[in-house]
Design a protein around this ligand. Structure first.
Ligand code: XMP
Ligand code: MG
Length: 177
């Protein structure tokens, strides 16, 4: 298995990740079976999770993409750059925002606010990982969470450190640089 030296230890194996993804898929299938939801992937980090998740949702759905960047290395810059170029009309749609990890929650609260102005029927958030101890936007919670983690910087399964490690099939803890 490809294990870069910067990865201190594995936090979640491929099997563990797929159990979390399956369980989220089951919940979303129940909640959205009659709604033709629009699943929106928050690039880039959510791309791997997103592609697995949508194949576990067993009802009609459509997909779309937006991009959000806020991290530099292991530090959140506090400023979020958003791009909605690839987003279709969402008025009246049931939107599910799919994110890799909720940390300070600055990214998702801003994305939710911008999308809410476009009059969707509803906007819910689905994340694989949540670090509640790092919250800056108080009271922000995801509607669907795979698993909560401590304040650790994690990589793999789409998550990066300066654009590296996204291709690891597991989620690992990064050695402090
Ligand atoms: P906020 O702070 O806005 O951040 O909730 C969400 C985005 O920050 C990135 N992030 C991480 N990326 N390992 C990563 O590779 C981490 O431990 C981590 N914590 C936050 C991620 O892009 C997320 O979408
Ligand atoms: Mg992300």
């Amino acid at each position: 298995m490809f294990t870069p030296k910067e990865v201190k230890r594995i936090l979640f194996t491929e099997d563990e990740i797929s159990r979390y993804v399956n369980s989220l898929g089951e919940r979303l299938t129940c909640d959205y079976s009659e709604k033709n939801p629009l699943f929106v992937c928050v690039l880039k980090g959510a791309c791997v999770f997103f592609s697995d998740l949508i194949r576990r949702v067993e009802c009609p759905l459509e997909i779309a993409f937006l991009s959000a960047e806020s991290y530099c290395g292991t530090q959140s810059t506090g400023e979020v750059e958003l791009s909605f170029d690839k987003l279709p009309e969402i008025s009246g749609r049931y939107v599910v925002l799919v994110e890799d990890i909720v940390d300070t929650a600055r990214t998702l609260s801003l994305v939710k606010e911008k999308l809410a102005a476009r009059n969707p029927a509803s906007i819910k958030v689905c994340c694989l990982l949540d670090k509640p101890s790092r919250r800056v936007v108080s009271g922000f919670t995801a509607d669907y969470t795979g698993v909560e983690i401590d304040d650790l910087f994690v990589v793999g399964y789409g998550l990066d450190y300066d654009q590296r490690f996204r291709n690891l099939p597991y989620i690992g803890i990064l050695e402090e640089p």
